[in-house]
Design a binder for this molecule. Structure first.
Ligand SMILES: [Zn+2]
Ligand SMILES: [Zn+2]
Length: 226
């Protein structure tokens, strides 16, 4: 796959605010790969070999169906995937086939490519954080970091952010805790609106969709998202 498909403008992403910036970064990469794979790439023999071997996770199958305008390449890819599976996975009902099936369940062509580019974009982020004071300011102004991406700051930033790693952890920690406090208040507003002592009082506006936003904060995905 061409390297140029996914050069992520990390600074530009951090110039915006609203939600988790790393989710925004992941979404851009994900959209590019879904567009790529539902386009001409699916017909390329080397891509076909990979999609046969790795398959797709349920989430990315759903995104492919939602975003593609032409279902024929998906149909051809699925047919090829089943033909390939006859030979490799369905030949015998034995433990070796079970192991290969388990491996297929855990692999996804899109997930792997996304992760590959995502970790490189994170490296750029850490490098910028280490060397650019303006970028550190943009980072600190973000609305929040979701749980999974907060975790990536702590685990992946260690070597890449160098002498700014402690500051990165501290700032990330503040962003995640501040948002957790806000969501706890909003969830409590939801709960309390069901208390008989508050009968007749409307539910606070920001508590109405706080369950969905908390799920997004915990998992990095809004439940209504395809
Ligand atoms: Zn996130
Ligand atoms: Zn996937």
């Amino acid at each position: 796959m061409k390297e140029t498909i996914c050069t992520i403008p990390v600074n530009e992403i951090f110039e915006q605010t609203g939600g988790c910036p790393i989710c925004r970064m992941r979404d851009i990469i994900e959209k590019k790969y879904i567009d790529y794979i539902t386009g001409a790439a699916m017909m390329e023999p080397d891509v076909r070999m990979l999609t046969n071997a790795k398959g797709f996770c349920e989430k990315h199958f759903r995104q492919m169906l939602a975003r593609c305008t032409n279902r024929l390449p998906i149909c051809q890819m699925l047919h090829s995937h089943l033909v390939d599976s006859d030979r490799k996975l369905l030949k015998n009902a034995d433990s070796s086939s079970a192991k290969k099936l388990a491996k297929l369940e855990e692999s996804c062509f899109v997930c792997e490519y996304i992760e590959n580019h995502f970790s490189r974009s994170l490296d750029t982020l850490f490098r910028n954080y280490k060397t650019e004071p303006e970028f550190r300011q943009l980072f600190a102004k973000q609305e929040y970091l979701c749980f999974p991406h907060y975790r990536r700051m702590l685990t992946d930033g260690k070597s890449a952010a160098g002498n700014k790693y402690a500051e990165l952890c501290e700032t990330s920690h503040k962003l995640v805790c501040k948002h957790s406090d806000l969501l706890k208040d909003q969830l409590m507003g939801f709960i309390e609106s069901f208390d008989y002592r508050n009968a007749g009082m409307p539910m606070p506006e920001d508590s109405r969709d706080c369950i969905e936003r908390t799920i997004q904060f915990l998992t990095s995905r809004h439940p209504s998202e395809v």
